[in-house]
Structure formats: C-alpha cells, structure tokens
Design a binder for this molecule. Sequence first.
Ligand SMILES: [Zn+2]
Length: 232
Amino acid sequence: MRLGRAAAILSAAAWIGYGWGAQSVLPFLAVRRVAAGGRRVALTFDDGPDPEGTPRLLELLARRGIRATFFLIGERAARYPDLARAIAADGHEIGNHTWRHRNAWFLGPAATAREVLEGVRILADLTGRAPVLYRPPWGIVNAPALVVARRAGLTTVLWSVQPEGLRPRSPAEQLRHCAHRLHDGAIVDLHEAPGLPGAPERLLALMPGLLDLLADRGYAAAPVGTLLAASR
Ligand SMILES: [Zn+2]
C-alpha cells in the first residue's frame, strides 16, 4: 500500500514537472505580443488548410493586400498540398501547428517530438521552406515539446487577442472582443478550419469587420515573423 502510494505521489510529481511545469514556464518562453513599434498587429490563422475556408480567406486577404501567418497542421497540409502551396505563394508566412494537433499533456516524449518535427518536415517538403514558428495546439505544451522546438530552431508563438477560444462565439461577439483588446504589436489568434464546428464560416463573416476595424484604428497587419524581425 505504502509503496503504491509513494509511486502515485512520485508519478504525480513527475507529471507536474512534465506537463504543468512546462505550462507554467511557457509564458516566459513564448511570444505573445511583439514590441515592433508602429501601429502594427499580426493576424494568425490556425488549424488549416481547409478546402472550404482557405481559398475564400486567401482571396479576401489578397483583395485587401494583407499578409498574415498561417499555423498549419501537418497532416492537413499533406492532405491538401495545393492549398498549403497557395498560402505560401500568396506571400503569407507558414508556421508549424504540429503534425496531428494532439494535446501534449497526453503524449510521451517520443510522440511529442514526432508531433513537432513531423509538422516541420511536412511543411518544409511542401513549401520548400522550413517553418521557424511553432504554435502548440491550444497553447498546451509539455517539457519535451519546449526542448524539441528550441533545438529545431522554432520560436514558440501564442497570442494576446483570441476572439474565439474553446467555445463558439458569434462574429459580432468576436468583433467586439477585438475592438476592446486590440493593441500595438497584438498577435490575434483566429481559426480558419474546424476545430470548433462552423469556425471557418464564422471567421469569414468576421474578417471584413475586423479588417475595417484595423483600418479605422490605423493598424497595419504583418506576419508574426516580420514583426519579430522589426523588434530585434
Ligand atoms: Zn489548433
């Protein structure tokens, strides 16, 4: 009994270091906003590519002359390679949103490394350019994820404005959220694929209002990497 209890305490302590410990240092290691100077923000689109949403989003961004950062899921990019290439061809930045979008708290070290590195490999193969930015799914990491990402030369990027998180929010609510929270150097976390059911439709309904809001407030949009380069 005693041994069992000690083992339970030890494994709980190990898990706290592995998952919660890594999570608690993440805010100090990850980029959440960029002090790049000037009225600039970064729009970031997670979870794609998506055969319905991505082409419409690309068209909208091209029409408004906006370049953004797309955090693509490796297995989706492999399923829709033309879309991944189209995103890159339009001058957007592509970041790594891992291979299969798994929750790092339920992955061992080897599986964690595979999630991060397979994402890099697939996106590099498809676009001819290895991603240098990494966004962990849901912003959830474990200790190996941080180590592997750092060794692979990836900068971990979270966000400072998230109009829709774990629950669906109407485009109007999302726009109000942005109007309250926008700031210089903001990194806005948006979702161009489900994830949450209906996310691409809500995003496409949000985008015209969001781009008008940026213009009204005098904000230009640029990819995360551009803002990071300006801040160094
Ligand atoms: Zn995601």
